[in-house]
Design a binder for this molecule. Sequence first.
Ligand code: CAA
Length: 241
Amino acid sequence: MSRVALVTGGTRGIGAAISIALKGAGYRVAANYAGNDEKAQAFSEVTGVPVFKWDVSDYAACAAGVAKIEEAFGPVEVLVNNAGITRDAMFHKMTPSQWTEVVNVNLNGLFNMTHPVWSGMRDRNFGRVVNISSINAQKGQMGQANYSASKAGDIGFTKALAQEGAAKGITVNAICPGYIGTEMVRAIPEKVLNERIIPQIPVGRLGEPEEVARCVVFLASDDAGFITGSTLSANGGQFFV
Ligand code: CAA
Protein backbone atom coordinates (compact mmCIF):
# COMPACT_ATOMS: atom_id res chain seq x y z
CA MET A 1 0.00 0.00 0.00
CA SER A 2 1.37 3.40 -0.91
CA ARG A 3 2.31 5.87 1.81
CA VAL A 4 0.04 8.64 3.02
CA ALA A 5 1.36 12.18 2.68
CA LEU A 6 -0.28 15.21 4.27
CA VAL A 7 0.50 18.64 2.85
CA THR A 8 -0.56 21.75 4.77
CA GLY A 9 -1.57 24.69 2.66
CA GLY A 10 -1.65 22.04 -0.03
CA THR A 11 -4.25 23.45 -2.42
CA ARG A 12 -2.57 26.64 -3.65
CA GLY A 13 0.83 27.95 -4.61
CA ILE A 14 3.87 25.84 -3.74
CA GLY A 15 1.66 23.52 -1.66
CA ALA A 16 -0.54 22.64 -4.63
CA ALA A 17 2.54 21.76 -6.67
CA ILE A 18 3.79 19.59 -3.78
CA SER A 19 0.46 17.75 -3.50
CA ILE A 20 0.43 17.07 -7.23
CA ALA A 21 4.08 15.96 -7.32
CA LEU A 22 3.66 13.59 -4.38
CA LYS A 23 0.54 12.12 -5.96
CA GLY A 24 2.48 11.68 -9.19
CA ALA A 25 5.20 9.87 -7.20
CA GLY A 26 2.62 7.37 -5.94
CA TYR A 27 1.65 8.70 -2.52
CA ARG A 28 -1.90 8.90 -1.28
CA VAL A 29 -2.07 12.62 -0.65
CA ALA A 30 -4.35 14.64 1.61
CA ALA A 31 -4.20 18.42 1.32
CA ASN A 32 -5.05 20.75 4.17
CA TYR A 33 -6.18 24.32 3.56
CA ALA A 34 -7.39 27.13 5.79
CA GLY A 35 -9.37 29.66 3.83
CA ASN A 36 -10.42 29.51 0.24
CA ASP A 37 -13.13 26.81 -0.13
CA GLU A 38 -13.77 27.56 -3.78
CA LYS A 39 -10.13 27.19 -4.83
CA ALA A 40 -9.72 24.10 -2.65
CA GLN A 41 -12.75 22.37 -4.18
CA ALA A 42 -11.61 23.28 -7.69
CA PHE A 43 -8.14 21.92 -6.88
CA SER A 44 -9.63 18.69 -5.57
CA GLU A 45 -11.84 18.22 -8.62
CA VAL A 46 -8.98 18.73 -11.04
CA THR A 47 -6.35 16.68 -9.20
CA GLY A 48 -8.40 14.08 -7.31
CA VAL A 49 -6.55 15.05 -4.10
CA PRO A 50 -8.95 15.12 -1.12
CA VAL A 51 -8.94 18.40 0.79
CA PHE A 52 -9.50 19.10 4.48
CA LYS A 53 -10.10 22.48 6.07
CA TRP A 54 -8.56 23.58 9.33
CA ASP A 55 -6.30 26.28 10.69
CA VAL A 56 -2.76 25.09 11.44
CA SER A 57 -2.44 27.72 14.16
CA ASP A 58 -5.09 25.82 16.19
CA TYR A 59 -3.62 22.78 17.97
CA ALA A 60 -6.95 21.05 18.65
CA ALA A 61 -8.02 21.52 15.02
CA CYS A 62 -4.72 20.01 13.83
CA ALA A 63 -5.07 16.99 16.10
CA ALA A 64 -8.66 16.45 14.95
CA GLY A 65 -7.68 16.92 11.28
CA VAL A 66 -4.85 14.40 11.51
CA ALA A 67 -7.14 11.91 13.28
CA LYS A 68 -9.73 12.25 10.52
CA ILE A 69 -7.17 11.72 7.77
CA GLU A 70 -5.58 8.74 9.54
CA GLU A 71 -8.99 7.15 10.02
CA ALA A 72 -9.82 7.55 6.33
CA PHE A 73 -6.45 6.74 4.74
CA GLY A 74 -4.13 5.24 7.36
CA PRO A 75 -1.14 6.64 9.20
CA VAL A 76 0.50 9.81 7.96
CA GLU A 77 4.05 8.83 7.03
CA VAL A 78 5.01 12.00 5.20
CA LEU A 79 4.15 15.41 6.61
CA VAL A 80 4.89 18.52 4.60
CA ASN A 81 4.56 21.67 6.70
CA ASN A 82 4.01 24.12 3.90
CA ALA A 83 1.23 26.43 5.16
CA GLY A 84 2.52 29.94 5.54
CA ILE A 85 1.34 33.53 5.43
CA THR A 86 2.86 36.97 5.04
CA ARG A 87 1.80 40.20 6.73
CA ASP A 88 4.60 42.38 5.41
CA ALA A 89 5.20 45.79 6.96
CA MET A 90 8.22 47.83 7.91
CA PHE A 91 8.85 47.12 11.58
CA HIS A 92 7.98 50.65 12.73
CA LYS A 93 4.53 50.14 11.18
CA MET A 94 4.06 46.47 12.14
CA THR A 95 1.12 45.79 14.48
CA PRO A 96 1.14 43.18 17.25
CA SER A 97 -1.47 41.19 15.31
CA GLN A 98 0.69 41.17 12.15
CA TRP A 99 3.48 39.71 14.26
CA THR A 100 1.32 37.18 16.10
CA GLU A 101 -0.66 35.91 13.09
CA VAL A 102 2.52 35.15 11.16
CA VAL A 103 4.26 33.43 14.08
CA ASN A 104 1.12 31.43 14.90
CA VAL A 105 0.82 30.00 11.39
CA ASN A 106 4.42 29.81 10.20
CA LEU A 107 6.09 28.62 13.39
CA ASN A 108 3.50 27.42 15.90
CA GLY A 109 1.80 25.60 13.02
CA LEU A 110 4.83 23.29 12.83
CA PHE A 111 4.41 22.25 16.44
CA ASN A 112 0.66 21.88 16.03
CA MET A 113 0.93 19.68 12.95
CA THR A 114 4.00 17.64 13.76
CA HIS A 115 3.08 16.77 17.34
CA PRO A 116 -0.04 14.74 16.40
CA VAL A 117 1.88 12.61 13.83
CA TRP A 118 5.14 12.24 15.76
CA SER A 119 4.26 9.38 18.15
CA GLY A 120 2.92 7.27 15.29
CA MET A 121 6.08 7.85 13.25
CA ARG A 122 8.18 6.83 16.26
CA ASP A 123 6.09 3.70 16.81
CA ARG A 124 6.40 2.66 13.15
CA ASN A 125 10.11 3.54 12.93
CA PHE A 126 9.54 5.57 9.81
CA GLY A 127 8.64 9.14 9.02
CA ARG A 128 9.41 12.06 6.78
CA VAL A 129 8.82 15.64 7.89
CA VAL A 130 9.61 18.36 5.37
CA ASN A 131 9.30 21.96 6.52
CA ILE A 132 8.99 24.74 3.98
CA SER A 133 11.05 27.62 5.34
CA SER A 134 12.30 30.49 3.18
CA ILE A 135 15.32 32.29 1.81
CA ASN A 136 14.15 35.14 4.03
CA ALA A 137 14.84 33.01 7.10
CA GLN A 138 18.43 32.74 5.94
CA LYS A 139 19.15 36.28 4.83
CA GLY A 140 16.42 38.34 6.55
CA GLN A 141 14.16 40.63 4.54
CA MET A 142 13.15 44.21 5.10
CA GLY A 143 9.41 44.42 5.71
CA GLN A 144 9.41 40.88 7.10
CA ALA A 145 10.70 40.90 10.67
CA ASN A 146 7.72 38.66 11.54
CA TYR A 147 8.07 36.29 8.58
CA SER A 148 11.87 36.06 8.69
CA ALA A 149 11.78 35.30 12.44
CA SER A 150 9.08 32.64 12.06
CA LYS A 151 10.79 30.94 9.12
CA ALA A 152 14.17 30.99 10.91
CA GLY A 153 12.38 29.33 13.81
CA ASP A 154 11.31 26.59 11.40
CA ILE A 155 14.97 25.82 10.70
CA GLY A 156 15.80 25.55 14.42
CA PHE A 157 12.80 23.28 14.89
CA THR A 158 14.00 21.13 11.97
CA LYS A 159 17.50 20.71 13.39
CA ALA A 160 16.34 19.87 16.91
CA LEU A 161 13.67 17.42 15.81
CA ALA A 162 16.01 15.75 13.33
CA GLN A 163 18.21 14.74 16.25
CA GLU A 164 15.24 13.27 18.10
CA GLY A 165 13.90 11.40 15.07
CA ALA A 166 17.15 9.99 13.72
CA ALA A 167 17.24 6.83 15.82
CA LYS A 168 13.59 6.17 14.98
CA GLY A 169 13.88 6.26 11.19
CA ILE A 170 12.33 9.71 10.96
CA THR A 171 14.02 12.39 8.90
CA VAL A 172 13.23 16.06 9.37
CA ASN A 173 14.45 18.53 6.77
CA ALA A 174 13.80 22.09 5.69
CA ILE A 175 13.60 23.59 2.23
CA CYS A 176 14.29 27.28 1.76
CA PRO A 177 12.62 28.43 -1.45
CA GLY A 178 13.64 31.74 -2.89
CA TYR A 179 11.15 33.93 -4.71
CA ILE A 180 8.72 31.59 -6.45
CA GLY A 181 6.03 32.74 -8.90
CA THR A 182 3.02 32.32 -6.61
CA GLU A 183 0.22 34.65 -5.51
CA MET A 184 2.22 35.43 -2.34
CA VAL A 185 5.14 36.80 -4.33
CA ARG A 186 2.97 38.45 -6.98
CA ALA A 187 1.32 40.41 -4.13
CA ILE A 188 4.60 42.30 -3.65
CA PRO A 189 4.34 45.80 -5.15
CA GLU A 190 5.28 45.39 -8.83
CA LYS A 191 7.94 48.09 -8.69
CA VAL A 192 9.62 46.39 -5.71
CA LEU A 193 9.46 42.98 -7.37
CA ASN A 194 10.84 44.16 -10.71
CA GLU A 195 13.40 46.66 -9.50
CA ARG A 196 14.55 45.28 -6.16
CA ILE A 197 14.01 41.54 -6.15
CA ILE A 198 14.23 39.92 -9.59
CA PRO A 199 17.55 41.70 -10.38
CA GLN A 200 18.96 39.99 -7.25
CA ILE A 201 18.24 36.51 -8.62
CA PRO A 202 21.25 35.32 -10.69
CA VAL A 203 19.21 32.92 -12.82
CA GLY A 204 17.14 35.96 -13.80
CA ARG A 205 13.66 34.71 -13.05
CA LEU A 206 11.27 33.67 -10.31
CA GLY A 207 11.27 29.99 -9.43
CA GLU A 208 8.46 27.61 -10.38
CA PRO A 209 6.43 25.89 -7.64
CA GLU A 210 7.29 22.57 -9.28
CA GLU A 211 10.98 23.23 -8.69
CA VAL A 212 10.30 23.23 -4.95
CA ALA A 213 7.91 20.29 -5.19
CA ARG A 214 10.62 18.11 -6.73
CA CYS A 215 12.84 18.81 -3.69
CA VAL A 216 10.03 17.59 -1.43
CA VAL A 217 9.56 14.38 -3.42
CA PHE A 218 13.25 13.63 -3.05
CA LEU A 219 13.40 14.35 0.69
CA ALA A 220 10.30 12.21 1.24
CA SER A 221 11.75 9.25 -0.62
CA ASP A 222 13.52 6.20 0.79
CA ASP A 223 16.59 7.35 -1.15
CA ALA A 224 16.90 10.36 1.18
CA GLY A 225 17.10 8.31 4.39
CA PHE A 226 20.60 9.56 5.26
CA ILE A 227 19.62 13.20 4.89
CA THR A 228 18.22 14.75 8.05
CA GLY A 229 18.43 18.12 9.77
CA SER A 230 19.46 19.67 6.49
CA THR A 231 18.35 22.89 4.86
CA LEU A 232 18.00 22.70 1.09
CA SER A 233 18.09 26.05 -0.70
CA ALA A 234 16.19 26.47 -3.98
CA ASN A 235 16.60 30.14 -4.74
CA GLY A 236 18.15 30.63 -8.18
CA GLY A 237 21.51 31.56 -6.67
CA GLN A 238 20.13 34.55 -4.76
CA PHE A 239 21.72 33.60 -1.45
CA PHE A 240 24.32 31.03 -0.42
CA VAL A 241 24.52 29.82 3.15
N1 CAA B 1 14.20 44.77 -1.26
C1 CAA B 1 14.79 45.97 -1.39
N2 CAA B 1 14.14 47.14 -1.19
C2 CAA B 1 12.85 47.08 -0.83
C3 CAA B 1 12.17 45.86 -0.67
C4 CAA B 1 12.92 44.69 -0.92
N3 CAA B 1 12.33 43.47 -0.84
N4 CAA B 1 10.91 46.11 -0.30
C5 CAA B 1 10.80 47.45 -0.24
N5 CAA B 1 11.96 48.04 -0.59
C6 CAA B 1 12.23 49.47 -0.65
C7 CAA B 1 11.26 50.16 -1.61
O1 CAA B 1 11.70 50.04 -2.96
C8 CAA B 1 11.27 51.57 -1.08
O2 CAA B 1 12.48 52.19 -1.54
P1 CAA B 1 12.42 53.66 -2.18
O3 CAA B 1 11.84 54.54 -1.10
O4 CAA B 1 13.87 53.95 -2.52
O5 CAA B 1 11.55 53.55 -3.38
C9 CAA B 1 11.40 51.38 0.42
O6 CAA B 1 11.95 50.07 0.61
C10 CAA B 1 10.07 51.46 1.14
O7 CAA B 1 9.17 50.57 0.49
P2 CAA B 1 7.65 50.97 0.22
O8 CAA B 1 7.53 52.34 -0.41
O9 CAA B 1 7.00 49.83 -0.52
O10 CAA B 1 7.11 51.10 1.73
P3 CAA B 1 5.77 50.61 2.33
O11 CAA B 1 5.79 50.93 3.79
O12 CAA B 1 4.61 51.04 1.49
O13 CAA B 1 5.81 48.98 2.16
C11 CAA B 1 6.74 46.81 2.34
C12 CAA B 1 6.88 48.29 2.70
C13 CAA B 1 5.50 46.25 2.99
C14 CAA B 1 7.99 46.13 2.93
C15 CAA B 1 6.63 46.62 0.83
O14 CAA B 1 7.65 47.34 0.16
C16 CAA B 1 6.79 45.18 0.45
O15 CAA B 1 5.83 44.44 0.48
N6 CAA B 1 8.02 44.76 0.06
C17 CAA B 1 8.32 43.41 -0.27
C18 CAA B 1 8.85 42.67 0.95
C19 CAA B 1 9.20 41.27 0.52
O16 CAA B 1 10.20 41.05 -0.12
N7 CAA B 1 8.34 40.30 0.89
C20 CAA B 1 8.51 38.96 0.47
C21 CAA B 1 7.16 38.38 0.17
S1 CAA B 1 7.27 36.80 -0.66
C22 CAA B 1 7.67 35.73 0.53
O17 CAA B 1 7.74 36.02 1.67
C23 CAA B 1 7.92 34.33 0.08
C24 CAA B 1 9.29 33.92 0.41
O18 CAA B 1 9.47 33.10 1.31
C25 CAA B 1 10.43 34.42 -0.38
